[in-house]
Design a binder for this molecule. Sequence first.
Ligand SMILES: [Cu+2]
Length: 127
Amino acid sequence: MISKKTLKLILLLVFILSCTKTQDSPDIVVDIKVSRDGYSPEKIEVPKGKVVLFRITSADEGLGENETLRYYGHCFYIMPPYDVMVENIKKGETKEIKIKMLYPGSHIITCPYCSDYFPMKADLIVK
Ligand SMILES: [Cu+2]
């Protein structure tokens, strides 16, 4: 049996080691709308090294007819090296994620749920 304290420590370590998510306060806020038509804006430019708060609002249900389905809503997935995923953004809902822009270059944002059916792609330019 793992104690709560140990579990917290492990989670903290994973958090520190694994990703670009951060507790720092954001330098920039980027609002994004996602729907079956894709992402708006389709091209997002942010400066390298800054902490960006992404606020993603879904305008429709994505593939799901109702909220009980696993693939209801949309995702906001920044492909590796960021490898950051926000799942199940329901119709009308806004979810947030804060990311430190450590990796320069052009990165693809997509929705793994419904990218086979809808044009789910945006470009994240970090420079
Ligand atoms: Cu989607």
